[in-house]
Design a protein around this ligand. Sequence first.
Ligand SMILES: [Mn+2]
Length: 350
Amino acid sequence: MEMSFRWYGHDDPVTLANIRQIPGMEGIVTAIYDIPVGEVWPLERIKKLQADVEEHGMYINVIESVPVHESIKIGRPDRDTYIENYKQTLINLGEAGIPVVCYNFMPIFDWTRSNLAYELPDGSNALIFDEEEVNKMDPRTLSLPGWDESYTPEGMNALMDEYKEVDEEKLWENLEYFIKAIMPVAEKAGVKMAIHPDDPPYSIFGLPRIITGGEALNRFINLYDSEYNGVTLCVGSYASDPKNDTIAILKDMLAKKRVNFMHARNIKLVGGRSFEESAHLSEMGSIDMYEVVKACVEAGFEGAIRPDHGRMIWGETGKPGYGLYDRALGATYLNGLEEAVKKNLAAQNK
Ligand SMILES: [Mn+2]
């Protein structure tokens, strides 16, 4: 596994110099953040970003994310323009030698939480999802924590209205159209695609969500039969629906060679579908992280894995979920698990 860390570019208070000092860190997961969604990423910009990372002794092993334009998800008449742009971005990323691209197919909203700085009993702050609170929120008033402020209330209302015509089956159709268009290009460019699950993995605000569990993933990989058409196995996202057997989903996708990127984060289910983003340690949450790492090692997974959201600890301030300290602890813990699992396996095979 390649231990990796998400970096939000030069505006990130967590610097590449900080990240380099985390033991065992190899890969940087990043993106170009100032190009509007739907436009082509120029090759020169990609190469410049790579050079910045390589100057710090690491390399970019995943782009997270190349966002998918709403026209593609809705299936508007202009979607082909955006699909052509997406293909060109993949060609450019491939030419630069970027091996993996993470993306998602969630309508309008990316991850959703009810509170980004909930105080846990130990005094740290975490992102939480309280189902009752979220059900009370109204996206049309733009009052969501961490919400993208680029939408106007009018723009948001119009978009929400457009999605009334897009049910789950329609969204699947639009995803299939997109996948069949981009995958031959991704294969030729040598870029493995990795779809991130919907977070949380069920419908919110009446919007359709389809990348939600094991059955959905099997439907997804059959849209285009290629190892390049793979997944980001975000264990924290899948586990936030108590119906999902996350370890079984992980093992299934590993066996089918479709895990192109791993997100390793723990969450603690606190009743119904509400959860707190706990520390990475198994005993702090609802996911057995030893089983996660063991499944990856046993399957010979050699791709990128990154600690996912961390808590805010030791007085750190910054982007919710993406501070330095707790994610660094997460990486160190994952490294420890990997060493232990590998040595156990070697001892068993003697
Ligand atoms: Mn994730």
